[in-house]
Design a protein around this ligand. Sequence first.
Ligand code: B12
Ligand code: SF4
Ligand code: SF4
Length: 381
Amino acid sequence: MIAGLARELGFTRAAIVPIEAPRRHALYASWLAAGHAGEMAYLASPEHTGARADLRTLLASARALIVVALAYDRADPIPSGHLVRGRIARYARGEDYHLVMRDRLVLLADRLAAALGRPVASRPCVDSAPVLEREWAERGGLGFVAKNTMLIAPGAGSYVVLGELLVDAELAPTAPDAAPKPRCGTCRSCLDACPTGAFVDAYVLDARRCISYLTIEHHGVIPRELRAAIGTWVFGCDVCQEVCPFNAGAGEAHDPLLSPRSVEHALPDLVALAAKGANQLRQFVRRTALRRVPREVLLRNVAVALGNTGSPDAIPALVALLGERAPLIRIHAVWALGQLGAGAILDAHHDDDPQVRAELASCEPTGDRGTPGSPRTPPRP
Ligand code: B12
Ligand code: SF4
Ligand code: SF4
């Protein structure tokens, strides 16, 4: 019944899991203890760690957990023109999946109540809710947790987002509770391809080095030694999924709401993005996951990406960013201009902010900066 209701609502996969203790909570705790969560302090709060250990903390009357996966668009649109373009992670190119997922889970609860002929107490969970989402998806048989830590649903691949619905209805589990079978074999493509070397080991990611963390969760100055490796990602990163053989091919049908809203929401013209004022940017990010970062953080990311394009066409946009009020943006614009060999411009820039001045001082002196448009590639960390 649940599978049918979920399919009607557009979910790619759905399963029912009994309310039990998770098996990987100790791994989660050791990940936190190692400091791999960086500044995501909420993950270590007693409310979060407690609720992740016991689903009933979220709904005391819970009798079953419905886990779902929703596929998003994996195809890159084909842009026209020869603009300097950045990249936005695939999950963030369309309607914010948090909104889509929550709405669907609420509908699923309504349909379940109608099918059972009685009211159902429920609690939808997605992403920021204190739930070990990948473990429950694996326990429900939706797929397996892979070396890149992604839940891979064979057939659909890893380009799926997860959600859960706790319900007070007694529902029969849909998957045999067998031990999950990792299917990566000897492959380690994702671990080797990660541009910032964020994997400590298979199955263990140090978020502090992950481009997704650096461009979305971390709102301060990006460590200098990681900036070049970020490449042209301005929000999130898909490299460890792009190289995965389980993502080869077209995949299964995805939700149309999760398709890129426009080419600019997938492969944005960085010069145009850098020039957007507050209102234009608000419009651009409306109802997308991009709205989760403040303007200065997005423009910080755009500055880094412009610096990594190696294109002289990026220089005027970066000069304009030097006029931004937020020192965070100016710091990264200075770095980016240094990458593009625009030493004369930096020599002429005077700044009142001590952090921006420190960034200017850490750029090499004029003469060593090369000619504009000839980027220096710093050594990999
Ligand atoms: C914090 C967080 C991040 C952090 C840390 C990610 C990480 N790998 O830990 C950062 C900001 C880096 C991040 C990045 C991304 N995220 Co995120 N993130 C989360 C969040 C909120 C918590 C994850 C967490 O608890 N991490 C701590 C680790 C220890 O737990 P875990 O990821 O569940 O890992 C399990 C395995 O590693 C396993 N494990 C450990 N050792 C071993 C050993 C073996 C043999 C096995 C089999 C398993 C295993 O146990 C762990 C506990 O279950 C979840 C939502 C949620 N509530 O769960 C979304 C979530 C994981 N993120 C998601 C997405 C889409 C992404 C990105 C793809 C976004 C992007 N394109 O930029 C990247 C992917 C990077 C990556 N390779 O993980 C999706 C993943 C969907 C999927 N198919 O797996 C989730 C589930 C959100 C959602 N609702 O869909 N994310
Ligand atoms: S999302 Fe990018 S930076 Fe993060 S682990 Fe995967 S490849 Fe590395
Ligand atoms: S790239 Fe290879 S090792 Fe990495 S998740 Fe995919 S199959 Fe597993």
